[in-house]
Design a protein around this ligand. Structure first.
Ligand SMILES: [Zn+2]
Ligand SMILES: [Zn+2]
Length: 552
């Protein structure tokens, strides 16, 4: 129930009863839901369904007792050591004092923050601290629940019972937590995507950690991005919004917000070398011989890729589907259908392998390293006693200050060969997060045949500014300018011609299995009219589904 109306349909029934005494949203949150519904072209009911966690009725009766007992059920600190990050050195940031002032004086505004690597968690703690001191409340958003990001743990440890951890948990625990937040039991909420809708009054700060992380985009309707919702909610509630990332996204850069960034260079020096034989530059091998704690970024899984059948000399390909055959954990299998590798021509099982995957990297690093080497099953930092870890993108997480002597990034050229308009940008963010694990006096060595590439140069400078300029040009040329709302619309055969009548920047129309798929980019001002047209087409059965901001 949203409120009173004079627009009563003829088949309206009278109200039969009240399901829950707890309001799911207030007028402000309803306004934000209406904004989401328009911006992401999704039914209001779908949006409301997403901003409130699934209801667990029995928690509501018990809730009466626990409301007003802040932290009573939060579980508090669940073992482990306390994370105490070093306070951020705001004085060393261009724009740092302005950000600190905005939060302290409880004024509104939005900022992009590029933290000094070791400041990442400290900056979040400081910002929340200033907000709470000003008598207001804060939301801290993190991209992932497991492993618990270092930034999330640092906030929990710094503010204890004031913090609601809205991260993971079962349906009952999540609903309980949501009720306690709504009852005013907490000053700080830390959580993943849905926490951007946390029912927190007196909001003074929304802090988005690792804002360029792809997990901050919701993959179901209404397909919102936490960054955009945080900016909008901050505007509406006069809160400060901080978009923090070691490597901000091109979208964030395009907003033209004041940037808070280190004045001087605070990163380890980045050396660029050409990949040697089998992707092993002599300088990398030499550095690994002398290191105690290092991370080797090897994005390709497995041991290597089958090139040729050793029996009949045919090019290697899956006999069932023609896919690429990869050797991993001692077996050759198809990367597409996972069938055991068999030669499509002669049925042979023995292949010539081009070595180069992470398993092979672990093998050769082990042969030269003075410390143990491993590929960890779950993300972690190398042991303090001395260790080298080999890992890919999945292993680069918010694990806290790395304190490493060496970070080696073996194959950056692979990113340029991956499909997708944003593949290189995502790769760059990962490289910068890995490079940030090196201590300032340590080394970062990058292997590439294209040292002048803007992404490589961004890594060398520790600043993605020029890369963002190149990306803006590239995306505009591709017809999808940064900041232009983008939609994938799926419908029947009439869709193609009807879309022709829209005022769009780009419309790519393809047929797929009897349906029509349109990829559209619009001027922001055209969104309301587009949404109305789509709703009308959906009513006629022309449009089946709309997906906002698809990964390009
Ligand atoms: Zn196959
Ligand atoms: Zn063969």
């Amino acid at each position: 129930m949203l409120g009173p109306t004079d627009d009563i349909p003829p088949s309206m029934l009278t109200v039969q009863g009240l399901v829950s005494p707890i309001p799911s949203f207030d007028a402000r949150m309803l306004d934000l839901a209406r904004w989401l519904s328009e911006r992401y072209v999704a039914p209001l009911a779908t949006v409301i369904d997403r901003i409130v966690p699934p209801r667990v009725a029995s928690e509501e009766s018990e809730g009466a007792a626990s409301a007003g007992r802040p932290g009573g059920r939060s579980g508090g600190r669940s073992g482990g050591r306390r994370e105490v990050p070093r306070p951020a050195r705001w004085g060393e940031y261009e724009g740092g004092p302005a950000l600190a002032r905005a939060i302290r004086s409880a004024s509104a505004g939005a900022f992009v923050l590029r933290p000094i690597p070791d400041d990442e968690a400290g900056a979040a703690v400081d910002a929340v601290s200033a907000c709470v001191a000003a008598g207001r409340r804060a939301i801290v958003l993190v991209p992932e629940a497991t492993p618990m990001p270092y930034t999330a743990r640092a906030i929990r440890d710094a503010f204890g019972d004031l913090v609601a951890m809205f991260v993971g948990g079962d349906k009952r625990a999540r609903y309980r937590m949501w009720l306690d937040i709504a009852a005013g039991g907490y000053d700080v909420v830390v959580g993943t995507r849905p926490a951007v809708f946390a029912p927190l009054a007196d909001l003074g700060l929304i802090y988005v950690s690792r804002e360029s992380h792809p997990a901050l985009r919701e993959d179901r309707a209404p397909y919102y991005h936490v960054r955009e919702v945080a900016l909008e909610r901050g505007r509406r509630e006069d809160a400060v919004c901080v978009l923090a990332a070691l490597c901000p996204s091109t979208e964030t850069a395009a907003h033209g917000l004041p940037e808070v960034a280190p004045r001087g260079r605070r990163w380890a020096k980045v050396e660029v070398v050409k990949p040697g034989l089998e992707g092993r530059a002599p300088r990398v091998v030499q550095a690994l011989r002398q290191t105690r704690r290092a991370f080797v970024f090897a994005p390709l899984p497995g041991y290597g890729v089958a090139q040729v059948c050793r029996n009949c000399a045919s090019p290697a390909a899956c006999a069932s589907c023609g896919g690429v055959l990869r050797q991993a954990e001692g077996e050759v299998r198809c990367v597409v259908c996972e069938a055991l590798g068999t030669c499509a021509v002669c049925g042979g099982l023995d292949f010539g392998i081009r070595r180069g995957g992470a398993e092979r990297v672990e093998e050769w690093v082990s042969a030269v390293a003075p410390v143990p080497v491993s590929r960890p099953p779950s993300p972690r930092l190398p042991a303090a006693s001395g260790e080298i870890l080999v890992g890919g993108s999945e292993d680069v997480r918010d694990l806290g200050p790395g304190g490493l002597d060496l970070v080696a990034i073996l194959d950056v050229d692979r990113a340029a060969r991956r499909p997708g308009l944003t593949a290189v940008e995502r790769a760059l963010a990962t490289w910068m997060e890995a490079a940030a694990w090196a201590i300032p006096s340590g080394r970062v060595i990058v292997q590439t045949s294209h040292p002048a590439e803007p992404a490589v140069q961004a890594l060398v400078r520790g600043n993605p500014g020029r890369f963002h300029e190149r990306e803006r040009r590239r995306r505009a040329q591709a017809g999808f300018p940064v900041g232009a709302p983008t939609y994938r619309v799926i419908g029947d055969e009439r869709l193609g011609s009807e879309v022709g009548g829209f005022d769009v920047i780009t419309a790519l129309v393809t047929g797929l299995g009897g349906r029509t798929v349109c990829l559209l980019a619009l001027e922001p001002g055209r969104v309301p009219a587009f949404g109305a047209a789509v709703r009308e087409m959906a009513a006629r059965g022309v449009v089946e589904r709309v997906e906002a901001e698809p990964h390009l």
